[in-house]
Ligand binder design. Structure first.
Ligand code: SF4
Length: 64
């Protein structure tokens, strides 16, 4: 699985960071999402899927 971020769409709500802080973080410059990795570890996959579904801006998606 690979995480794809549409950074232009992100509104910096931080929901993804709260859901899985091992994978998502917010930029100190503009508050927008950044990835620690685009290929989450197996034990993070469920939380990443939750984060993708919760993103209010639909800025996150998954590729197989
Ligand atoms: S939940 Fe979506 S809008 Fe909020 S910081 Fe993460 S990617 Fe950006």
């Amino acid at each position: 699985m690979r995480i794809v971020v549409e950074r232009d769409a992100c509104i910096g709500a931080g929901q993804c960071v709260l859901t899985e802080p091992r994978v998502f973080r917010q930029s100190e410059e503009d508050g927008m999402v950044q990835l620690n990795t685009d290929r989450p570890a197996p034990d993070a996959v469920e939380a990443v899927e939750t984060a993708v579904s919760l993103c209010p801006a639909r800025a996150l998606s998954l590729e197989p």
